[in-house]
Design a protein around this ligand. Structure first.
Ligand code: UDP
Length: 493
């Protein structure tokens, strides 16, 4: 705890990640950013099985401690192993809504263990994921500020509030609508909205969670945003001035990873060996010639959809790295045993393509100069990581707030082309298959045409802005300094 007579003005920041890769990876980056500042000590509060995933992402030199709390699996009726971010990615989504409700109940039962951990370590502030709305009260009990981490950018945060408040989809069942009050003329359709927004009145437990999250934001000190002001200034202003949210943009937080090992270790899974194979392969390719295809840690397409992607890539004929959420093949398995791939696909595309089964070292791949385009599901981390390294995108949103992020990329920033996904689905693309022809057209336009070239030019400008934002004197660097100063002053009172 910082005290008035402490000349170094130390600050102790506690961080509570939610156990899904898309939330955990950036909040650990945030822990690293805090810890990189003089006089700031950081403690990540997490459960036993997640601790190795967390440690793999933090350099041994960083002033970051891990405080373990127990995951109340038995009390919530979920299996022990469900506490890990890996389980959430691989299994939880497939187990259906009833399991997810139980899982979120278990997450809510972390409240008592968190209270005990906070009482023990006595931090000066708590940064916790928006999925833990009750943690505002945990911080309140200790008289310390709680900062919310949503995991998404200004544009999506603003869009979500405008839709929640004005409910424009209620007046239009299938037609598109313009998001009321939001700067710019942003059009969406009801089927692109998250289920929690569409099925509000049906007592959907996720709607209840979203309501609690909104309420808890009002009780919190402010919001930490993984974005940079120059990327979405109108929406940053709208969020602060019109929606009245105190906030600090400190991103892109992925740029806190400077060394290759740190970049490869994000998500706690990559191995140095698989990364170097991949980079060696990229070295043999021309600049901007390879398209990287990855749908994040959760989206899990049906085999029928994967076959369409394979057909599109083969017909396009360019170079690709394609990440598929399947287990790596064992030596005894032959290619023909993989139902999701057209027979002989890998042989025919051996010169051109690389399929990664499982987890890819995304940042290392994306930042390589041979990569000229990114087919993305528009998860916010992937979207911002693409922007940060100056890549143009083919946008293919699936769930969460990804359809909002798509609009930022295509309609506001003009650095992406949509594959024309129309329907929000939880986790898998089971019931809507995008055909090979449509995928190929989008990939061709991005990779081979003048349109794509112009988008790459714009994306590279944003890359420079992103880099400047996190350097000393840049907007995100200064914003974090301001936040730290404010928190230090507060804890000295
Ligand atoms: N990621 C990765 N390798 C993979 C898949 C994902 O490193 O094979 C990382 C990616 O860089 C990003 C995160 O996992 O930081 C995924 O977050 P995002 O918000 O893009 O999507 P989500 O997984 O939450 O849908």
């Amino acid at each position: 705890m910082a005290t008035a007579d402490d000349p170094t003005g130390n600050l102790h920041v506690a961080i509570l990640p939610f156990m899904a890769h898309g939330h955990m990876i950036p909040i650990i980056d945030i822990a690293k950013l805090f810890a990189s500042r003089r006089g700031v000590k950081t403690t990540i509060i997490t459960t036993r099985l997640n601790a190795p995933l967390v440690s793999k992402q933090i350099p041994t030199t960083a002033e970051i401690h891990i405080e373990l709390i127990r995951f109340p699996a038995a009390e919530a009726g979920v299996p022990e192993e469900s506490e890990t971010a890996d389980f959430f990615s691989s299994t939880a989504q497939k187990m259906g809504p009833n399991f997810l409700f139980k899982f979120f109940h278990a997450a809510a039962l972390l409240r008592r263990p968190l209270d005990a951990a906070l009482a023990k370590i006595r931090p000066d502030c708590l940064v916790s994921d928006a999925f833990f709305p009750w943690s505002a009260e945990s911080a309140g009990k200790l008289g310390i500020p709680r900062l919310v981490f949503h995991g998404t950018g200004y544009f999506a945060l603003c869009t979500a509030v405008c839709i929640r408040v004005h409910k424009p989809h209620k007046n239009s069942d299938s037609e598109s609508f313009v998001v009321p009050c939001l700067p710019g003329k942003i059009e969406l359709t009801p089927s692109q909205l998250p289920e929690s927004a569409r099925k509000e009145e049906e007592g959907n437990p996720f709607t209840e969670l979203v309501r609690e999250m909104a309420e808890s934001e009002g009780k919190s000190y402010g919001v930490i945003v993984n974005s940079f002001r120059e990327l979405e200034p109108n929406y940053a202003d709208f969020y602060r001035d019109e929606l009245g949210r105190r906030n600090w943009a400190i991103g892109p937080v992925s740029l806190s990873n400077r060394r290759s090992e740190e970049k490869a270790g994000r998500g706690g899974r990559g191995t140095g060996e698989s990364s170097s194979d991949c980079l060696k392969w990229l070295e043999s390719k021309e600049p901007d010639s390879v398209i990287y295809i990855c749908f994040g840690s959760l989206a899990d397409f049906a085999d029928s959809q994967l076959k369409e992607i394979a057909a599109a890539l083969e017909s396009w004929g360019g170079s690709f790295i394609w990440v598929v959420r399947k287990d790596p093949r064992t030596e005894s398995e032959s290619e023909s045993e993989e139902e999701w791939l057209p027979v002989g696909f890998e042989d025919r595309t051996a010169e051109k393509g690389l399929i990664i089964r499982g987890w890819a070292p995304q940042i290392l791949i994306l930042e390589h100069e041979a990569v000229g385009g990114f087919v993305t599901h528009c998860g916010w981390n992937s979207t911002l990581e693409g922007i940060t390294v100056g890549k143009a995108m083919v946008t293919w949103p699936v769930a969460a707030e990804q359809f909002y992020n798509e609009k930022l990329v295509t309609a506001v920033l003009g650095i992406g082309l949509p594959v024309e996904a129309e329907k929000w689905v939880r986790g898998t693309g089971d019931d809507e298959v995008i055909m090979a022809e449509g995928i190929e057209i989008a990939v061709r336009r991005l990779m081979d045409g003048d349109e794509g070239k112009e988008m790459r030019r714009k994306a590279k400008e944003l890359r420079e802005m992103a880099r400047m934002a996190i350097e000393e004197g840049g907007s995100s660097h200064s914003s974090l300094s301001d936040l730290i100063d404010e928190l230090k002053q507060r804890s000295h009172v």
